[in-house]
Design a protein around this ligand. Structure first.
Ligand SMILES: [Zn+2]
Ligand SMILES: [Zn+2]
Length: 414
């Protein structure tokens, strides 16, 4: 589901509505570009209804929104599903366990230092909420399988607060102006809450290249921006603009589209995987291991853009296993058609074990050992690979990774 937020432009005050997950804000009125950073997850509130009575004080109940792919590796293979849900973070009898469709029915507002009222503290551990999310939609009977590994990838975590008006007898749902909780019944629960913290506030930073001052451009969901002037690449994170290493493999096709991958080099000591050759052997690939591959450090090539789980696994596996066929990397030309990076590096890192499992020919030799696998000496860079236009899909001719065009477009809305 697409959740929108109403956001005044920090420059001219113009009211802008944008996707709640986007970090890049381009004002249609004054043209100023900013990116938004927060100390943690973004925080939003459902707007109080205009007809919701006056008086009483506002109290906000926290909900966690999780959107992403859940992967599970077990005896029978890898299962996955797409999850998009809100879960209550302050269980209180009478409050809905989830916000349901509400967040997409109206644009949210961002919590800021001036937000009136008090906020109930999150009283459920995030890990508990994620465990609950993982179990959502699990078919009956599947529980008995042994799970070797579980990962949450491409996740978007945010807080959405439900405004309540505290009156004498009851807590009123201030979005629809209807009583929700009888205070008599929840007497023992502390409902004091805290004021909006300054640290919750989103900070706006102009998207100028920190190296040369050139204006950086990108679409709303982009997480990496390139400077067309000094050919540098910058990731948008909670610490601001951070320079990253970006490279590319040159394509022969002049109409190629360049798709971004996180190339993550790592050792997996518990499986004795140090080189690319080790990886091919441990995962029982039916190939003759080349001599040079013994000196090639193991790297995973993980798409740096959002995809449905099935395609994500296919592309990661094809690209990782066939990386030897890719030509030399060279410095990135920022003027080429580059597809935006929409999956952050830390999400890609969390998928290493899933990609290892997906690449394994012999499950028995890898799956049971997954709990003990701890990737070490991680280093990473962004690498763009050329994909050839084949009318309905994009093909990477050397790794044979294929992405159906509609699937790639669909990923933007994930
Ligand atoms: Zn503006
Ligand atoms: Zn620059």
């Amino acid at each position: 589901m697409e959740v929108l937020v109403e956001q005044p432009c920090p420059q001219c005050g113009g009211q802008i509505t944008l996707n709640a997950a986007h970090r890049l804000l381009t004002c249609p009125y004054c043209g100023v570009k900013n990116f938004m950073q927060a100390a943690g997850a973004f925080r939003f509130i459902l707007p109080v209804h205009k007809t919701s009575g006056q008086g009483g004080r506002l109290l906000y109940a926290p909900y966690i929104r999780f959107k992403g792919n859940v992967f599970q590796v077990n005896d029978t293979g890898i299962s996955y599903r797409v999850v998009d849900t809100t879960q209550d973070g302050f269980p209180l009898s009478g409050l809905p366990p989830s916000l349901g469709l509400r967040p997409q029915a109206m644009p949210l507002l961002r919590v800021n230092g001036q937000s009136p009222g008090r906020f109930l503290r999150l009283s459920v551990k995030l890990s508990v909420i994620l465990q609950k999310v993982a179990r959502l939609n699990t078919l009956a009977g599947k529980e008995t399988k042994k799970t070797y590994h579980q990962a949450f990838i491409g996740e978007e975590l945010s807080y959405i607060y439900l405004p309540l008006r505290q009156e004498k007898q009851a807590l009123i749902d201030a979005v629809v102006n209807a009583p929700l909780v009888e205070l008599e019944k929840v007497r023992a629960v502390p409902l004091k809450g805290i004021r909006a913290s300054k640290s919750w506030q989103v900070k706006f930073t102009a998207t100028l290249c920190p190296r040369c001052g050139w204006s950086l451009d990108g679409e709303g969901d982009a997480l990496v921006l390139h400077c067309l002037n000094c050919e540098t690449s910058w990731s948008l994170g909670n610490q601001g603009l951070k320079r990253i290493t970006a490279a590319m493999v040159q394509g022969n096709d002049k109409d190629a589209l360049y798709l971004p991958f996180w190339k993550i080099s790592a050792h997996l000591p518990s499986l004795n995987i140090w080189s690319f050759a080790d990886f091919l052997e441990r995962t029982n690939q039916p190939v003759v291991v080349g001599k040079l591959w013994r000196d090639k450090v193991m790297s995973f090539l993980i798409p740096a853009f959002k995809l449905r789980p099935k395609t994500f696994l296919h592309i990661s596996k094809q690209s990782t296993l066939n990386q030897w066929a890719l030509g030399q990397e060279q410095p990135l030309h920022t003027t080429l058609p580059l597809y935006p990076v929409t999956l952050p590096l830390n999400e890609a890192r969390q998928s290493i074990k899933v990609v290892l499992a997906a690449s394994s020919v012999s499950r028995k030799r890898v799956f049971p050992y997954l709990p003990g696998v701890h990737p070490e000496n991680l280093s990473s860079r962004l690498v763009y690979l050329p994909f050839t236009d084949r009318q309905y899909d994009w093909l990477q001719p050397r790794t044979r990774a294929v992405i159906i065009k509609s699937v790639l477009n669909f990923g933007r809305s994930l």
